[in-house]
Ligand binder design. Structure first.
Ligand SMILES: Cc1cc2nc3c(=O)[nH]c(=O)nc-3n(C[C@H](O)[C@H](O)[C@H](O)COP(=O)(O)OP(=O)(O)OC[C@H]3O[C@@H](n4cnc5c(N)ncnc54)[C@H](O)[C@@H]3O)c2cc1C
Length: 406
């Protein structure tokens, strides 16, 4: 990203600019060259659900350089950057699938750490937050259920039933990202505690240690064949799972409110990362158009390749500006005030990334769909984000309703 030019519209702090330069260097020099080793690890059936040692050593390097927890605006626990200052950094980490975790800035831990910080008591935080902030363990967020349309959070049905000083949980969740990771020790689970309450006060969130008896990972799900080992997106069965009532976050019935609060910054981070991914795909298009020849000239000499390049650049820049605007609005007006802009980028960025990556796959010919390029897996990730954190249609409907209300 040309931050000098963008900075005339969005004033990044000196600290953000210095971090952008350091993260850009780290991604290009340390992470992208390691991608082949990570893919080789994931392709080996004997070890693919274990953590590559190289990942942990790169984490240690990033941490030693102060490139750690940059997502967290809280200055005591995190880097204390505004959303606007963090946005171009998140864009850079989006260039590689592996980068967000190496900087301890990956979903779903980022959202879970924010939930623990804002909604948990000191006693609830103590076993988890310091270790998540240190990158020692991972966590997952279990809201979506196979049996109900989970894009409507009021449908979430998993019963969380009080029995004395404990809650008893029975049911099934799926698409729990990170639940297959051997380091995943904590689930934040959303379910029904107040079935007779008003629609938005029926659900709550509870902390469920992964090691609790009755928690069983049923299977990893795949997106176009990718299971994203060793993190995974898993289906989980809860059978008579008992946790103390002290594990309830905030108060009974506040699940919907916590879910809303969790998703504001999370959506901006996802969108910025998608812009970084699309930018890398555009760079791959340009490189290919310069170097490959067909029908007597470089692909870049053909009008259709030129259109792919020009359209991609326009669309990336539009999405980037909109996302920075949403980040600035979130800093100035909070989640509620920035709601429409956050909805807009969630509608725009995943589609834009899919379109750009699709053009990149096309110009790479058959190879573009294969394991020889980052593009196919990148497309699967970008396509997922037209559903994860709420499908396009839900955001379109909410945005339209907001405008119709005036
Ligand atoms: C890779 C990946 C990772 C994920 N990670 C997590 C995770 O970590 N934790 C978690 O809890 N969930 C996760 N999810 C789940 C995701 O958030 C849900 O899939 C999403 O919210 C949609 O819920 P659903 O699948 O139940 O679809 P449904 O709610 O059944 O919706 C299906 C379709 O109905 C249509 N629709 C819905 N509402 C409307 C409307 N108002 N107007 C018009 N059409 C509408 C849309 O086309 C929508 O896609 C993940 C999903 C994926 C693919």
């Amino acid at each position: 990203m040309n931050t000098g030019r963008i900075a005339t519209l969005f004033p990044f702090s000196d600290r953000s600019r210095a971090l952008q330069a350091a993260v850009a260097r780290f991604v290009a020099e340390r992470i992208v060259p390691a991608e082949a080793a990570f893919h080789a690890h994931a392709a080996d059936p004997a070890v693919r659900w274990t953590i590559p040692p190289l990942l942990e050593s790169l984490k240690a390097e990033a941490k030693a350089q102060g490139l750690w927890n940059l997502f967290l605006p809280d200055p005591t626990h995190g880097a204390g950057l505004s959303n606007l200052d963090y946005a171009p950094i998140a864009e850079l980490t989006g260039r590689s699938l592996f980068a967000p975790e190496i900087f301890n800035c990956s979903a779903p831990d980022t959202g879970n750490m924010e939930v623990l910080l804002h909604f948990a008591t000191p006693e609830q935080r103590a076993p988890w937050l310091p270790r998540l902030l240190a990158g020692e363990i991972r966590s997952a967020f279990a809201m979506t259920e196979p049996d109900v349309a989970s894009s409507d959070a009021t449908n979430i049905a998993l019963p969380i039933v009080r029995d004395g000083d404990e809650f008893v949980i029975n049911g099934r969740k799926w698409w729990t990202t990170g639940g297959g990771d051997p380091r995943c020790e904590l689930l934040i689970v959303m379910g029904v505690t107040d079935p007779d309450g008003p629609a938005h006060r029926r659900q709550s969130m509870v902390l469920v240690p992964m090691a609790t008896p009755g928690v069983r990972v049923v299977r990893p799900l795949t997106v176009f064949g990718y299971d994203d080992a060793p993190n995974g997106h898993v289906e989980i069965e809860f059978t008579d799972v008992r946790v103390p009532v002290a594990n309830l976050l905030r108060d009974s019935g506040s699940g919907f409110e916590i879910a809303q609060a969790r998703l504001g910054p999370g959506r901006i981070h996802h969108c910025m990362r998608l812009i970084g991914l699309a930018q890398r795909a555009l760079e791959a298009i340009v490189e290919r158009a310069r170097t490959r020849e067909a029908f007597g000239r470089p692909l870049g000499g053909h009008g259709m390749a030129q259109e792919a390049i020009a359209r991609s650049r326009c669309e990336i820049e539009q999405a980037r500006l909109l996302t920075l605007q949403a980040a600035a609005a979130l800093d100035a007006h909070g989640n509620k005030g920035a709601k429409d802009l956050i909805g807009m980028i969630k509608i725009v960025a995943p589609r834009m990334a899919c379109d750009v990556i699709d053009r990149a796959m096309q110009i790479h010919g058959g190879g573009g769909l294969s394991q020889d390029h980052f593009l196919a897996q990148a497309y699967a990730g970008a396509r997922s984000l037209r559903l994860a954190d709420g499908p396009d249609e839900v955001h379109l409907a909410a945005l339209a309703r907001s405008m119709l209300k005036g």
